[in-house]
Structures are given as C-alpha cells and as structure tokens.
Design a protein around this ligand. Structure first.
Ligand code: WT7
Length: 645
C-alpha cells in the first residue's frame, strides 16, 4: 500500500482559502461550537428570513429528527441566479460542450439562465405544478436539464432526476414511487455519436406508470417523436406563451428540494430526499473550499446530472457560488480518447472533477492522447465515486496534471449531499488512494461489527457520529426505512455502508462497500435489484448476484443463475439474460459474467452464502472457508468447476 506523501505545494499553502492551520482550527471549532460555526456559515446564502437556529437533531429512535436552520426561509433558485444578476449578470453561468466536437459550444449567462428558468417555471405552473409536487426529470446532458431543476426549485416543486441511461421500467418505478404526474424529457439524447430515445422511453414507461399525465418535451436533436395530444407538449411552444417573470417561492429551509433514487442492499431503490437550506449550504460551501473555487474560473465536473455528483457539483454548488460550470454532453472516449483533454484546452478549464473509472479507461489508451494537448490551464484535479487505485492516482497527477495539480479525492454519498472526507488543496498533504481528512462539521468514526468504537490506526466500519447540514432527511414515503437503513446497525450513528481504514496520521482510506451494494464505474447497484430483474425472466428459477474485480469499472457484476427445470443452459440464453437485465434496469446493470448454476450454496436454513459466491467470482477458490454448514457442499464444486471469466 502506497504511503507516499505529496506535500501541499507552497503556492497553494500561501494562497488557498484554507491552509493547514486554518483547517485544524476550523474543524475543531465546527465540532466544539457547531451552532456558532454553522450559523456563521449560513450567511453565505441569501435568506428571505435568516435562521436563528442551526442543527436540531437526534439519531436516537425515541426522538429521531434531523433539522437544520429550520426557522430560516430562502429560495434555492434565487440563490443560484437572482443574487448574482447585479454583480455578474453577463458572466457565463453554464458553458456547454456538445457531444460532437465539430459543433459550437453554448454559453449561457446568469441573466439568460435566470430568464430561461423563470419561463420554465411558468410553464410548470401553467401545467398545474404547485409547491411540493414531484416532477420527474429524464434528460440528456443539455443546459435545459439544469434549467428544469432550477425551475422546480423556483416554484418549490420537488424534482426527481432519473438518469437517462435507465430503462423505461426503471423510470416507471421511480415515477410511481414518488407519485409524479409530470415528466420533463427531451426528444433524444446524444452520447458518443449515438442517439438515446428518451421520449420513446417515457412513452414505454407510461404503461407501468398510469399516474403520468403530462410530458414536457425539450427539442434537443430534432429526431422524430410521436406526440400524444393532450398529454405531451413541446417545451419551446409552451415557453413562448408564458412570461419571463416568475417570483421565487419562499421556502422553509427544511422544505424538500429534490428526491434522487439510489440503490441499497435490499429492496427497490430508495428515494433519497434532500432539503433546501442545509443541502444548498453544504453544496456551496464544499464546492468553494474543496475546489478552492475563485470567481471567473472555468470549473468542470464531468459527471451526469442523473447522479448526485451532477446535482451538487454541476448545478447547485457552482451556481450558488456564481461560478462558471462546464456541462459536457459527450463521453471521454469519443471521437477519441483525447476528448477530455481537448475540452480542457478548448475552454481553459482550471478545475477538473472526474471518476477513477474514466481515468482507468483513458490510461489504458496510453499517454499520447494526453500529451498531445496543452492542459496548462489546469490547477486542481478531483476524483469521486469509488476508491482511486494509486496507479490511476499517479497517472492523473503526473501525466494529466504534470505534477503541478493537487488531487482532491472526495469521499461522499448520495445520502450525504456533498463531500464528507476529502483533502483541501491548501491544507492537506496527499496520499494516493486516501480520501484523507473529514470536512468541517464531520466526525467520522470506525466501529467493529458489534459497534464498539475503534481508536487510533485501525480498520472497521465507517460511521458518522453527528448530523451535518447536507444530510438526507428521509426516504421518500418511508421514514421508517430511513431510520432502519442508516441508524439501527450502530445505534445513535449514521452508518455509511463503507469499510474504512485509518492510518497512524489519521488519514481515512475507504476500502469499499461492506453491504450487498456493488460499485460499478462509480455508480451504485444493488445486488437485490439485479436478482429481481433476473428472476422476472420466465426461464429463471433463482439468481444470486455479487461484485467481482474489474480493471476499468472497479467492480463488475457477476450473476449466478439457476434455470427452471427443463430449461437448457446455452450461450444464446446467456446473452438473452444479460440483455434482459439491460432492458429491465439499464446498461449499467448488465452482468459482466453470468454463470449457470444447477444449485446455489445455501445454509440448512436456506440462506444463500454470498461469501462463497464472492470468492468464486473473484477467482479466489483456494480459500472458500468453512463450507461445512452448507445444506449440500457438492454445489460448491460445481460452481468452482464452471466459473466464468
Ligand atoms: C459510494 C456512494 C459520491 C458521489 C458519487 C457516488 C463510494 C464515493 C468515493 C471515494 C472511495 C468512494 C463509497 C460510497 N465512493 N466516493 N472518493 N473513495 N469510495 O455516490 O452512488 O451514492 O455511492 O461510493 O462506497 O458509499 P453513490
């Protein structure tokens, strides 16, 4: 394990917003006087009624509650737009780079964005959307996606973004779960030169989502779509009929801002609900401090708006800070593997935030694509989504950043709203592969399986001992599930689901999920979800899914499938089942390996022994451990003999 230390460059230590001494002081203060600290920080937002209270929370069952700034009132869209108009109305807010590099980028100023958001908000109002209503957003990476989110925020509607790579079935499930009668989509999306039939997917989703009444369609590609009279309307036609004036709805700090579905270890995806005040403060504050963001800098978060990273670090954080946020429609490998570095040069990007999986995919193509570009604009690099292996870290640092740019390896989750454990570029000496130190207000702890606190250099389960403003507030429609999922494993603490090591210098090293969640290319996939999709197929009797190591994706999906009696295993069926899962959930859920298994290893009480399945998937068959408790130990021999990959 690499313990190389990369000290803070002197120039960063001198000029950064937070240096090492300030980090120590502020972190200590944030824990010793949280109310004072957070009421002071809350002033970075523009409040209609400034809050007089900060955190009001308990993780105990008897008085379980999480509230921040509860007596404050604000509007999130006004914070991201209106308050910047006087000082930087003509500055670019969104800088959009199209999928096809031969096309022109788009630049949208704060004034233009404000006008578009007001119009979109008025279209939503005209369609009967009111404060508290849920609006599903199923969009490609075009500026109108950000406009749609901010339009919801402006009128107090709760947006629920569904990643454009999800299938009609997955979309329908999310529409139904949050009872959303309206969907905002586009005719088609574009990615890597290919078209994604978003509107047609919405049409297909309707069959399983009768609650859906209205579809607002943004014309993105001009590709042909079938419009259903009475249900579908073109955004550009509706927008021409409404005024560009829309007052921002005053919202309580605790009023919901959005729902975002994420996979867990059991059951269907959970609707993670975030607040208006605490969430926005967390997104804005972390964006400013972790990226040391300065007005005028071109900042690029290369995520999709369908994930929390896109919410917090393409839209809300950078716009709350009056920044220039680059939005990229395309993919890192098209037309060639130099695309990201060409975009950096084209727009003089100073801060780049991407995922280890993208870096590994590009690293594999060789340094030539990188060194063919200049990249002299780059000052800071960021990583998110999964542990970054030291080899990819060094490539990012040495080749992409030419040794000049610190890397902030940011650990956080959909549930946390924003960065939790991360270096600060002017304060933290870096260790490749370590997310390093807690952000202000964050108190991480490591506990053993019984919940006993582990001190010093150690390894255990990562919990967070106190609330923070950006914390999720509930699971949509199932507050009990929220409590059960996160606060019962270790009483009185938020359980992250991650394993973690703390070294002798107090650095945190995330080791990966300790639950039945697979991290595929930095995206969370629940094993139960893939299993449910497989058993829906009429030839499948039973399925068990585990993670396996994957060079590019970090983890891949390994599925064991038992067929119904009389069904024949074949290559054709293997392909059919993989395609089936892809169709049920989306391409990211496609099993990388699928093994036909006449039987699964079960205890005598019928519980599948996943530990054994994981070992076989990893190819680590020499240490299967104790199999004596299995109902039928012979099934293991068959699984080992017929391992795929
Ligand atoms: C899980 C959360 C955070 C937004 C994108 C993913 C893993 C995330 C890191 C990191 C090691 C990381 C964790 C976490 N993870 N960032 N820097 N180092 N692991 O959000 O889908 O909610 O997934 O991603 O396992 O629990 P998500």
């Amino acid at each position: 394990m690499s313990e190389n230390l990369y000290p803070v460059p002197e120039s960063w230590a001198k000029t950064a917003r937070v240096d090492a001494a300030a980090y120590e002081r502020l972190h200590a203060q944030s824990l010793s006087d949280p109310d004072g600290f957070w009421l002071e920080q809350a002033r970075r937002l523009d409040w209609i009624v400034p809050p007089a209270t900060a955190g009001d929370w308990s993780f105990d069952e008897a008085d379980f509650r999480i509230r921040w700034f509860a007596d404050g009132k604000l509007n999130v869209a006004a914070n991201c737009l209106d308050r910047h108009l006087a000082t930087r109305g003509d500055q670019t807010a969104i800088l959009w780079e199209p999928d096809d590099p031969r096309e022109d980028p788009r630049r949208i100023t704060y004034r233009e964005l404000h006008e578009q958001v007001c119009r979109f908000a008025n279209v939503l109002k005209a369609e009967g959307v009111r404060k508290g209503d849920r609006v599903t957003v199923y969009m490609p990476m075009i500026p109108e996606a950000a406009v749609a989110l901010l339009a919801c925020a402006r009128i107090g509607a709760i947006h629920s973004v569904v990643f454009g790579g999800f299938s009609p079935e997955a979309l329908a499930g999310r529409i139904v779960d949050c009872d959303s009668r309206i969907v905002i989509t586009a005719d088609e999306g574009r990615r890597g030169g290919k078209r994604v039939p978003l509107k047609a997917n919405v049409d297909a989703a309707q069959k399983h989502a009768p609650v859906l009444e209205k579809v607002i369609v943004v014309q993105a590609t001009g590709g042909g779509v079938v419009m259903q009279p009475g249900r579908d309307l073109w955004y550009h036609e509706a927008a021409a009929k409404v005024s560009a004036d829309c007052p921002a709805e005053p919202m309580g700090a605790e009023d919901p801002l959005f729902i975002l579905y994420t996979s867990g270890s059991t059951g269907k995806p959970k609707g993670v609900l975030h607040s208006s005040g605490g969430y926005l403060l967390w997104a804005a504050y972390t964006h400013e401090v972790v990226f040391d963001y300065r007005p005028g800098q071109v900042y690029w978060c290369a995520a999709d708006i369908g994930w929390v990273t896109g919410h917090s670090y393409i839209v809300y954080g950078p716009l709350a800070n009056g920044g220039i946020t680059l939005m990229f429609e395309g993919v890192p490998t098209w037309p060639d593997a130099g695309r990201m570095w060409q975009v950096v040069d084209r727009h003089q990007v100073e801060i780049l935030y991407t995922a280890p999986t993208a870096l590994r995919a590009l690293m594999k193509e060789g340094d030539g694509y990188v060194t063919a570009t200049s990249r002299t604009s780059l000052k800071l690099l960021g990583s998110v989504g999964e542990p970054i292996n030291p080899e990819a870290w060094r490539w990012y640092h040495d080749v992409v950043g030419e040794g000049r740019c610190p890397i902030v390896d940011t650990w956080w989750q959909t549930e946390t709203g924003g960065h939790m454990i991360t270096p600060l570029p002017g304060a933290t000496a870096l260790k490749p592969g370590s997310a390093s130190m807690p952000f202000f207000g964050i108190e991480p702890q490591l506990v053993d399986g019984d919940g006993a606190l582990l001190e010093g250099a150690t390894e255990g389960n990562l919990v967070i001992a106190r609330s923070w403003p950006g914390q999720m507030r509930t699971v949509w429609g199932d507050h009990e599930r929220f409590f059960q999922t996160y606060f019962t494993t270790y009483r009185g603490k938020y359980f992250t689901g991650d394993g973690c090591r703390r070294d002798g210098d107090g650095y945190y090293w995330i080791t990966g999920r300790v639950d039945d969640v697979i991290n595929v290319s930095g995206h969370r996939m629940g094993t139960a979800e893939v299993e449910s999709a497989l058993v829906l197929h009429d030839k499948v009797a039973e399925a068990a899914v585990v993670g396996m190591p994957h060079d590019i994706k970090g983890q891949g999906i390994y599925a064991y499938v038992t067929l119904n009696a009389g069904e024949e295993a074949s290559e054709a069926l293997r392909k059919e089942l993989r395609d089936w899962v892809r169709g049920e959930i989306g391409p990211i859920a496609t099993p990388d390996a699928l093994q036909f298994a006449p039987g699964l290893p079960k205890t005598r009480s019928g519980k599948i022994m996943r530990r054994i399945l994981r070992k076989i998937a990893e190819g680590d068959v020499s240490s299967l451990g104790d199999t004596s408790t299995l109902a039928d130990p012979a099934v293991v021999d068959d699984l080992v003999a017929n391992r795929v990959g």
